[in-house]
Write a protein that binds this ligand. Structure first.
Ligand code: SF4
Length: 276
């Protein structure tokens, strides 16, 4: 079904529309799960929910590799936010896996999504916006998300907002935001992430300068894993762990094993059914 949005220009009008839309869609659905990362999209979404008057609770998937100032910000500014934790930490998962890449983002599933899927809430609000990627734009504003571990509806009140709308709203509503934005980081997610890999290696270098301890641990764990796999008879693509790491920092698809990667394994079935 085609979604027709009214033409809305100002941030104020977008905010009014989002509050009304939340009331229209979620008034009779009980407590609403609101996914919260501490970032600008989440901050605006939480405020829209507050203004709607609908009962909700914020949930943060604590990855253990998020920037510490963001975690402190959430604890300080949103003390009621529930911290969800993975069964196994990122580091423990890494020890039995392969380094995450754009093809194998096992960490997003294991440390971010799976802990949230365990919650019983059937109706969930997320700060997802169309502007973020063509894939997200294709979602629509309400989706049915189902796989072997969860069955819930997702709602995106700020779907059409542009980044400047978020900052204007945050400024006009005098909302706090994590200090990392003022330090030049444009997102607040994981410190070590394959999506920071690009040909210049600049982004990883920026994170490394700020949080060197995460990188020391990352490189130590990767070296351990590389040697473990090699001594188990696996044929590695690069000659040394250092060579692999240099490639990983610059390439989201850096190869780990010499043989071609197998197609991504699906966990259950996931469908996005646009309903309006
Ligand atoms: S490191 Fe990147 S891919 Fe992995 S969980 Fe964090 S954001 Fe997702």
């Amino acid at each position: 079904m085609v979604i027709l949005f009214p033409e809305i220009d100002s941030t104020e009008a977008l905010a009014r529309e989002a509050v009304e839309w939340v009331r229209d869609n979620l008034s009779d659905k009980g407590e609403i799960f609101v996914g919260f990362s501490g970032g600008k999209d989440s901050i605006v979404t939480a405020e829209i929910m507050r203004r709607s008057g609908i009962p909700f609770r914020l949930f943060y998937s604590a990855t253990g590799i998020d920037p510490p100032p963001v975690v402190r910000f959430i604890r300080r500014e949103y003390p009621d936010c529930v911290f969800l934790r993975p069964t196994r930490s990122f580091w423990k998962n890494l020890a039995v896996n392969v380094p995450p890449s754009d093809r194998l983002r096992w960490c997003c599933t294991a440390i971010k999504k799976a802990p949230a899927w365990k919650m019983p809430h059937a109706h969930r609000v997320m700060g997802i916006r169309a502007e973020e990627s063509p894939r997200r734009k294709a979602y629509g504003r309400v989706n049915h998300f189902v796989n072997a571990e969860t069955d819930h509806w997702q709602y995106y009140p700020i779907f059409r907002w542009k980044e400047w709308n978020l900052w204007e709203f945050i400024s006009e509503a005098n909302l706090s935001y994590p200090s990392v934005y003022d330090d030049g980081f444009d997102r607040v997610g994981c410190v070590i992430c394959p999506y920071h890999s690009e040909p210049s290696g600049r982004l990883h270098a920026m994170y490394r300068d700020r949080w060197p301890g995460f990188f020391r641990l990352w490189e130590k764990e990767i070296s351990k894993l590389w040697r473990k796999r090699q001594s188990a008879g696996k044929k590695m693509y690069h000659k040394t762990p250092g060579e692999f790491l240099a490639a990983w920092y610059r390439n989201q698809s850096a190869r780990w094993y010499a043989e071609a990667p197998t197609p991504k394994k699906k966990i259950g079935q996931t469908t996005f059914d646009e309903i309006q």
